[in-house]
Design a protein around this ligand. Structure first.
Ligand code: ASP
Ligand code: MG
Length: 460
């Protein structure tokens, strides 16, 4: 029988009740599983700040240890009654905390943190979760065993902090290690490089870990547990009664993540598309015994009556607008700009060009440096460089978007009625998404009117 890979994220690991819910869910599955876990809520950020503080004072190491130990101790005492077992588990937590302490000491004495040390330190958030949950599961009658990526050989390639999984090199050892009839608990977020160094898979990357394990073991499905109702037709904080989306294609899910929907990490669908392993989204606060998913993502391409399935947004992008006569047609300019930015680790997220303009979409935090670099890059054909911040991208996503007329028109008409101006309009770059760039101040109103324009009176 194929296995299911189950992922519990940081939002499922906040309170005592959360762990109770997880135990119940795992018991409901009642079959061997591979469970991928994140760090407890907020712990990765806490470790990240800790690295900065430890560089200033060695005293912070004790504080960090104490803080984490208290959280773990509380969890142990809430879910394990036997004092002997509590002690035993606390001892293994202490051992792992001592390893973390050694890494922090290194940071203090060097007075700096090389990337590979930072990756190692941040991996402890997940590694402490997996150790703790394994012990709690076992006490609660679940036949659980912890498996660490560095031991089972989850190989990565590429840059530290943001590596990718090397499926070919990982397949044999990982599938073997996870082949028994048990509930395996694996920390997400990292793997191991060819030099045997711990490498992170990018912030929020435990979804991508989980997807990678699902691909490697050819899982029946990847089940992701959240604390929200799966995918909706828009952000419930911004629109009234959004509609739940029961089915999404991989492409739709990928575009929704890219344009800001926070359900899945943007790389989650990547490993699963080709083998067509479905992603099923559940809400841990409403676990049903029958394990009925709220949203299922696979390669089926359903076109709804509304065509649009969701209206989403991101505030993460800025635009660097470069103008000059013929700049969009002169060969080589774009290539040189891209190389320059890439040499400074600035990622161009998207490009929109015209005859006289090149618009580069980059992350907000890169805008200042990118502007400086282009200004001083000796580009004679660029006469005006305009950094545009405080913008939002509002995207409409749905299979069939390019096949039906009038959808972008509908979006713009809704905005127009509210007097909201689009700075850039883009459709066609993706087969399933179109978007507008607007002032951030207009974002909430825009989402509301666009959502109403598509979903009011439409029964999905
Ligand atoms: N704990 C890591 C982070 O906060 C990975 C994850 O949660 O997916 O980025
Ligand atoms: Mg996450």
């Amino acid at each position: 029988m194929k296995k299911i890979v189950v992922k519990f994220g940081g939002s499922n690991l906040k309170t005592t009740q959360d762990i109770k819910n997880i135990i119940n869910v795992v018991k409901n599955y009642n079959r061997p599983l591979v469970i991928v876990v994140s760090a407890f809520f907020g712990i990765t950020n806490y470790l990240e700040e800790g690295i900065l503080q430890v560089q200033k004072s060695i005293k912070h190491i004790d504080e960090i240890k104490k803080f984490i130990k208290t959280i773990k101790k509380d969890a142990i005492e809430s879910h394990i009654d036997s004092p002997e077992i509590q002690k035993e588990v606390m001892k293994s937590i202490d051992n792992r905390l001592n390893e973390l302490e050694n890494c922090f000491k290194g940071v203090y004495y060097i007075g700096d943190v090389p990337d590979f040390v930072e990756d190692k330190i941040l991996s402890f958030g997940e590694k402490l979760s997996s150790l703790l949950l394994t012990a709690i599961f076992r006490y609660n009658g679940i036949d659980a065993e912890e498996k660490l990526p560095e031991i089972i050989g989850l190989k990565t390639y590429g840059e530290l902090k943001n590596a990718s999984i090397d499926f070919k090199s990982s397949r044999e050892s990982v599938s073997k290690a996870l082949s028994g009839d048990k509930v395996y608990i694996v920390p997400g977020f990292y793997g191991i490089s060819p030099k045997n160094r711990i490498t992170l898979l990018g912030r929020g990357g435990s979804d991508y870990s989980a997807a990678s394990f699902a691909k490697i073991i050819d899982a029946e499905s990847l089940d992701i547990w959240k604390d929200v109702d799966g995918y909706l037709s828009s952000d419930p904080k911004l629109v009234d009664k959004p509609i739940r989306i029961k089915k999404l294609s991989y492409r739709e899910a990928a575009e929704l993540s890219y344009f800001g929907a926070k359900i899945l990490h943007p790389r989650t669908v990547e490993p699963l598309m080709k083998p067509n392993i479905p992603i099923r989204i559940f809400n841990i606060t409403k676990p049903e015994k029958e394990l009925i998913p709220l949203t299922v993502i696979n390669n089926e391409e359903n076109i709804l009556e509304s065509v649009i399935k969701s209206v989403t947004y991101t505030d993460n992008f800025s635009v660097l607008k470069l103008s000059g006569p013929g700049i969009g047609i002169k060969s080589g300019v774009l290539g040189r700009i891209a190389t320059l930015l890439d040499n400074h680790d600035i990622n161009i997220l998207s490009i929109v060009t015209s005859g006289t303009c090149i618009n580069l979409y980059i992350e907000n935090s890169d805008l200042k440096e990118a502007t400086y670099l282009v200004e001083n890059g000796g580009f004679h054909s660029i006469s005006l460089i305009k950094p545009i911040g405080n913008i939002s991208i509002v995207a409409i996503v749905g299979e069939g978007i390019l096949l039906q007329h009038g959808l972008v028109y509908n979006m713009l008409t809704s905005m127009n009625k509210e007097g909201i101006n689009a700075k850039i309009i883009s459709g066609g770059a993706s087969d399933v998404a179109a978007y507008v760039v607007i002032e951030s101040a207009d974002r909430n109103r825009a989402i509301n009117v666009i959502h109403n324009g598509f979903f009011r009176k439409i029964d999905v």
